[in-house]
Design a protein around this ligand. Structure first.
Ligand code: ASP
Length: 318
């Protein structure tokens, strides 16, 4: 039997109703007990790391998760993290950068309905998450509804629906059907090739720079907000712009502010509000000039992936 470590962090999956709304209370053992057949699928140990609505999760909590996986890495065959759905895409992306060359599955899951509710999506999500953690595909992934998504490619699109997440700019790793998990063949071949010649060992690089801001542009937004972040000592800014990316240079001219940020050593990444197909800074002058001023493109990264990657890179690269 495979040995799987369940790390709980709170979220709707573990909630009970209160007068003020849903509050996470259930521990890992209680979650496991609610899923018929789970205890006979693998040997499960659980640890309660946090008990939070995931809106309260911060970068220090991602470090707690990475630290737990580092500590127990050699004692288990795979890891399941039960997490609130609201910021699960951020946590999954952050762990994708922090857990370098993970040779074991690290599976995040949660649910839209508490596990104690009739017809909750939690038992199925947990069952599939544990099945993925027992399987041969390594790395950080998010198991939810009808698919498995790479940790740095997920985005929550729906506040209520069961298939709440999409895989952005990359195909999902697997589909979940009545028959169970069907890994996509193209992806499986890549995994097999990588496993045949492992070049790198598992390493946890858990330093993160929390002073990273996300600025979402709206038409006509004044650029002074950049000066605010410069004044506050921020080290990175993700500018979530429009379409192919770039920064406005019209009546509201962001370029001098961007140049100033770069001059004081702030790393600036241009991301896009378009969900698919990413940034192309060289398509229009607004992008060309932003790049000339020192901004970098977030490419095909989601905003969640861009923000967490910037936090990670600032702390781990010169
Ligand atoms: N507010 C909850 C959370 O993210 C939502 C959920 O888990 O579905 O913790």
């Amino acid at each position: 039997m495979k040995k799987i470590l369940l790390l709980t962090t709170g979220g709707t999956i573990a909630c009970q109703p209160t007068a003020d709304g849903l509050v996470p209370v259930l521990d890992g053992a209680a979650l496991v007990k609610m899923v018929p057949g789970l205890a006979s699928l693998c040997d499960i140990t659980s640890r309660e790391l946090l008990n939070l609505d995931s809106s309260n999760i911060e970068s220090k909590h991602w470090q707690i998760l990475a630290g737990a996986i580092e500590k127990y890495y050699f004692d288990f065959d795979g890891f399941v993290i039960a997490h609130g759905t609201d910021t699960m895409a951020y946590t999954a992306a952050a762990l994708s950068w922090m857990l370098q060359h993970a040779q074991k599955p690290v599976v995040l899951t949660g649910s839209q309905q508490p596990i104690t509710m009739p017809n909750s999506d939690a038992p199925a999500n947990l069952k599939h998450a544990f099945a993925a953690a027992c399987d041969k595909v390594p790395g950080v992934m998010l198991v939810f509804g009808n698919k498995i998504i790479g940790g740095s490619q997920a985005k929550k699109l729906y506040t209520e629906s069961r298939d709440a997440f999409v895989s952005v700019n990359a195909e999902p790793w697997a589909d979940i059907t009545q028959a169970g998990i069907c890994w996509r063949p193209r992806f499986l071949q890549q995994v097999e090739r990588a496993q045949a010649s492992p070049q790198f060992g598992f390493k946890v690089l858990s330093a993160l720079e929390p002073r990273v801001a996300l600025i979402k542009l709206i038409p006509g937004l004044a650029p002074g907000i950049i000066d605010y972040y410069i004044g506050q000592g921020y080290k990175g800014i993700v500018l979530e712009g429009f379409g192919a990316g770039g920064v406005p240079n019209g009546e509201q001219n962001w370029l001098p502010h961007l140049e100033k940020a770069v001059q004081v050593g702030i790393r600036v990444l241009c991301a896009t509000q378009c969900m698919y197909e990413g940034v192309n800074l060289h398509k229009y002058p607004i992008g060309t000039w932003a790049a000339r001023a020192g901004a970098k493109s977030a490419g095909l990264l989601t905003t969640e992936a861009a923000v967490t990657k910037l936090m990670w890179e600032l702390a781990n690269t010169k």
